[in-house]
Design a protein around this ligand. Structure first.
Ligand code: ZN
Length: 221
């Protein structure tokens, strides 16, 4: 299975990726993780990334594409992959297609998690994160035993500033607007599968496995 995961913040991409990794044994390739890893390992590309990040700028497409190419050439995607956080523009989608063709691992299917604003707001405003260990809680779905205290390490939990309602609305609009051409691009290729991500994570997982099964993707590679 070779997948691209698309969906606004709060649509449940992280949960779905963890499920698919376990279920299908495919690599989760997150561009955010790759960038952090390169900076941590202080590679030449990592140093370049660091300069962009520290100056508050965006990392240029050609650098991100190069990093993805390196990662995919390393053999980690033999059994398949799910790409998360990329592409964000149509140009990126085309560049990505070119590289994946060259490496002979083209995309089978693009999964788009479609979530509505009220649901996303409910999910994200309830989110609390531990300052010390980074554990994630949810005020209604998975509250810490003691309010404001992390179950794992006893640290203090907090709400990320961009998990507040007004910011979420803006993030959602920016996401939808910028992703529209990418969604259209994959739809035109006949690769797009839309999922109703307002449902709980279990139902979304079942819907997706049914799509994979019906499309006979699971036996393809
Ligand atoms: Zn903690």
């Amino acid at each position: 299975m070779r997948l691209v995961l698309l969906g606004p913040p709060g649509a449940g991409k992280g949960t779905l990726a963890a499920f698919l990794h376990k279920e299908l044994d495919i690599a989760h390739v997150s561009t955010g993780d790759i960038l952090r890893e390169e900076m941590k390992n202080n590679t030449p590309l990592g140093q370049e990334v660091k300069q962009y990040v520290e100056s508050g700028g965006l990392v240029p497409d050609k650098v991100v594409i190069k990093l993805i190419e390196n990662k995919f050439s390393g053999g980690i995607v033999k059994k398949g992959y799910m790409l998360d956080g990329f592409p964000r523009t149509e140009v990126q989608a085309k560049d990505l297609d070119a590289i994946l063709q060259k490496l002979n691992v083209p995309i089978d299917c693009v999964v788009y998690l479609k979530a509505s604003l009220p649901v996303v707001i409910k999910r994200l405003t309830g989110r609390r994160i531990c300052r010390t260990c980074g554990a994630i809680f949810h005020m209604t779905n998975n509250p810490p035993k003691k309010d404001g205290i992390c179950d794992v390490c006893g640290g203090a939990t907090y709400q990320r500033p961009d998990d507040k309602e007004e910011t979420i609305k803006t993030r959602m609009n920016v996401y939808l607007e910028s992703t529209k051409p990418v969604v259209d691009y994959y739809e035109a290729q006949g690769k797009l599968k839309k999922l109703d991500a307002d449902k709980d994570s279990r139902a979304v997982q079942e819907d997706l496995m049914k799509i994979f099964h019906d499309a006979r993707y699971l036996h393809k590679h």
